[in-house]
Design a protein around this ligand. Structure first.
Ligand code: SF4
Length: 356
């Protein structure tokens, strides 16, 4: 069965294979630690999990994330198993000395199609201060070169907050030089270490998303906004369509035809096996050690509520764009304590309801 129905299967699954990471990034969602947690899912548990994820039947994208997934020695065994079972695998390694060309070649040979590196500014000093590691920018450049040599396609993830918003135009030019296939711009959700950073105002969100939508018309790479589904509303207002929807890549990690949101086309599995709507909406709905991730995604109360746009509250609940957008459920939860509340980062005023 192949389905695009988000009630039945997620389009993307992110599995935090470990929380171990050599970096201490200011905005780390995972509050990553230098050492691996002995309670992480074991290799056997990971292989069993992959088997279950394959049973969704829609060949979801599986993002092996962390922490730094390269800190797991069994990483490529897990990736091989996922690829063999039809999952489309990508990897988000940390740009440390572990991200060598040899490992990038191993990544490709194990079925990984794309690697995503984090860069938060074109200015190395700004980037390094974000990442809490001097020389991180240079290391990332070296890791990108290693991935290019291994013929992996490359995605860049950028977390944007008040401190680096002005860096984005210069960074966009740099990405063009690197030949990346996708720029995934994460709008900060104040969780983990990111709680200490200053959020963008609603108007700044709107301005940056508007600029990204203009850029997307001429950039040689695809642009995706993460934790900012109002990007789809802005694209729709500009062009009458949701650009990027259904876009096909040569690496097979295509864009969904409908908007993904926390718990709606997206599922996150923590290093301990907890299933959550996303890595930024950390409400555990069950654990893969005791329950099927398929059952949790399809039937748990929180996932079902998040997929029901009728359950949205406030402005998002009465917005004509709620199907296309729906607001960041993670930011609503982080800022209000209610995952169904209106997204406080959106300044849009919904059109008044037509007189009945
Ligand atoms: S009000 Fe909510 S649903 Fe409407 S565009 Fe803004 S975030 Fe999206």
């Amino acid at each position: 069965m192949v389905t695009a129905d988000f009630d039945l299967a997620p389009f993307t699954i992110a599995w935090e294979v470990t929380r171990a990471c050599a970096y201490a990034c200011q905005h780390c969602r995972a509050d990553a630690q230098p050492r691996r947690d002995p309670r992480e899912l074991s290799t056997e548990e990971g292989l069993a999990l992959i088997e279950q994820l394959a049973s969704f039947g829609n060949r979801p994208i599986l993002v092996l994330t962390g922490g730094d997934p390269l800190m797991r020695r069994d990483l490529f065994e897990l990736a091989r198993s996922a690829d063999d079972r039809g999952l489309r695998v990508s990897l988000t390694p940390t740009a440390t000395a572990l991200a060598t060309e040899r490992r990038m070649i191993q990544a490709r040979e194990s079925g990984i199609r794309r690697v995503a590196f984090s860069i938060d500014a074109a200015d190395s000093v700004v980037h390094d201060s974000f990442r809490g590691f001097r020389g991180s920018f240079q290391r990332t450049q070296a890791a990108i070169a290693a991935a290019q040599a291994a013929e992996l396609s490359i995605q860049i993830n950028t977390t944007v907050c008040a401190a680096n918003a002005g860096e984005l135009p210069a960074l966009a030019e740099q990405l063009e030089e690197w030949g990346v296939v996708q720029w995934s711009v994460f709008f900060l959700v104040p969780v983990g270490r990111g709680e200490r950073l200053q959020l963008l105002s609603p108007l700044q969100h709107e301005e940056i998303l508007g600029w990204l939508s203009e850029l997307s018309e001429q950039a040689p790479f695809d642009i995706k906004a993460t934790a900012a589904p109002q990007y789809r509303r802005i694209l729709h207002q500009r062009t009458g369509r949701t650009m990027g929807a259904g876009f096909h890549y040569s690496d097979g990690l295509n864009r969904p035809v409908r908007g993904v949101n926390d718990g709606r086309g997206f599922m996150f599995i923590s290093h301990l096996g907890e299933v959550m709507p996303s890595g930024f909406l950390t409400l555990p709905a069950g654990n893969v050690r005791s329950s099927s991730p398929v059952d949790i995604y399809r039937h748990s109360e929180i996932f079902r509520r998040l997929r029901d746009t009728e359950a949205l509250k406030g402005k998002c609940g009465r917005c004509e764009f709620r199907e296309v957008c729906g607001g960041s459920r993670a930011r609503a939860y982080a800022l209000t304590g209610d995952p169904l509340a209106s997204d406080p980062s959106c300044p849009y005023e919904p059109a008044p309801a037509a007189p009945g």
